[in-house]
Write a protein that binds this ligand. Structure first.
Ligand SMILES: Nc1ncnc2c1ncn2[C@@H]1O[C@H](COP(=O)(O)OP(=O)(O)OP(=O)(O)O)[C@@H](O)[C@H]1O
Ligand SMILES: [Mg+2]
Length: 373
């Protein structure tokens, strides 16, 4: 799939903008603070209805305005879609082919996008929540059932945590209701974990292939799911995981009542990256960490292609300048012919453009975009 054009009104530092894109490679060049990241954010937001940078949607609306409009036409294998998203104090509204969608979940998935930015370096060494977010965002996009169960899980988790707090404060003493919530939570959790394990199996293989392709090195990347409930294994099915979680809740009950919170489950699970079997958090260099994170994103485009039949858009924010010439070339070769790619950079020098075969170049200055050539 690819995005043919984008129209913005009052999004970040763009008051009015209309751009036609190249189906293959689009490069945005501009000095710092001109709107390069904002433009990728707009594309990401048009696809996923939310930003990678902030949960506060007010930030996306141009200062001094009270609404923002994003729209674009996407070409997909079997049909074209016109997408439109508006942001305002009343919240978000989304249209597909001029039809207002009753739920944003009906809109997400029309256009898929994978974004890689310098912040993704934190995927390897940052807090576990960053890795869980990666799983939720990427799997949610690839698999609607995952999106459904992970949001259900969050709801029931919130309910159970609230109830644990009531018990903790002595405002209730009905432990039977806690049993009900525990069973419900174990059910949703098992759906989430079993899908994570399944999707991760493919993602791990694809990431390891990508890692080999974009690093000259010979080390082997493996990705390991680290469950908060010991003993959950790759081979376990949903029923088995459900039982394991119920047992864990039973065992943890005194502690959970004391702390007023749910101690195990998908919201406490983690991922570990290993290079030749060694934990990358301790051993990987900065460059290796960057390559691992990038490999995970490249694996994601392959996963998306596998499950939806189409490659998503690939958004690369400020990535090229961080790679040496050899790796730039390897990266461009890896994605060549697969995705429509959007690349931002402050500087064209030092980037091996020959491989790109006539990219469309845009110049950005103070929220204005001009096409080169
Ligand atoms: N809601 C908003 N309204 C108006 N301007 C905004 C808004 N949000 C951000 N900006 C402005 O957008 C400008 C550019 O942001 P952006 O992050 O896209 O820059 P950039 O071109 O990616 O720069 P860099 O090369 O440093 O990454 C900033 O100067 C910021 O003040
Ligand atoms: Mg930027």
């Amino acid at each position: 799939m690819y995005l043919q054009n984008l129209t913005l009104q009052n999004f970040r530092n763009f008051s009015q903008l209309k751009i036609e894109f190249d189906p293959h490679v689009n490069i945005f060049i501009g000095k710092n603070a001109q709107g390069k990241t904002n433009l990728l954010e707009a594309i990401y937001c048009l696809a996923l209805t939310r930003s990678q940078r902030t949960n506060n949607e007010k930030e996306l609306i141009r200062l001094g305005s009270d609404f923002a409009i994003l729209s674009g036409q996407a070409k997909r294998r079997h049909q074209d879609v016109v997408l439109r998203l508006t942001l305002s104090k009343q919240g978000k509204r989304a249209w597909v082919n001029q039809v207002l969608q009753p739920k944003l979940s009906k809109y997400v998935g029309q256009l898929n996008a994978v974004l890689f930015s310098p912040e993704d370096l934190a995927l390897v060494k940052g807090a576990p929540s960053i890795r869980r977010r990666f799983l939720d965002v990427e799997f949610g996009q690839a698999n609607p059932e995952y999106l459904y169960f992970s949001s259900k899980y969050r709801q029931v988790l919130q309910q159970r945590n609230n109830y644990l707090k009531q018990l903790q404060a002595g405002r209730s003493n009905d432990q039977l209701f806690l049993d009900v919530l525990s069973d419900q939570l174990a059910g949703q959790a098992a759906e989430v974990i079993s899908r994570r394990l399944q999707l991760l199996q493919f993602l791990t293989e694809a990431a390891s292939t990508a890692y080999r392709a974009i690093s000259a090195a010979s080390e082997e990347l493996t990705v390991k799911y680290v469950p908060s409930v010991a003993g959950i294994s790759k081979e376990a099915d949903t029923d088995r995981i459900y039982e394991q979680l119920r047992q864990a809740y039973a065992k943890n009950r005194p502690q959970e009542l004391r702390l007023g919170t749910t101690l195990v489950g998908p919201h406490r699970d983690d991922l570990h990256f290993l290079l030749d079997g060694k934990d990358a958090r301790q051993f990987a260099s900065q460059g290796q960490q960057r390559t691992i994170a990038l490999s995970m994103k490249l694996a994601e485009i392959d996963l998306m292609q596998k499950v939806t039949g189409e490659f998503p858009l690939l958004l690369l924010d400020d990535v090229m300048s961080e790679l040496d010439q050899k790796r730039q070339g390897d990266l461009l070769n890896y994605i060549h012919g697969k995705t429509q790619t959007f690349i931002t950079t402050t500087d064209l020098s030092g980037i091996s453009w020959e491989i790109m075969k006539q990219p469309q170049i845009f110049h950005l200055a103070a929220g204005q975009v001009s096409k080169e050539g």
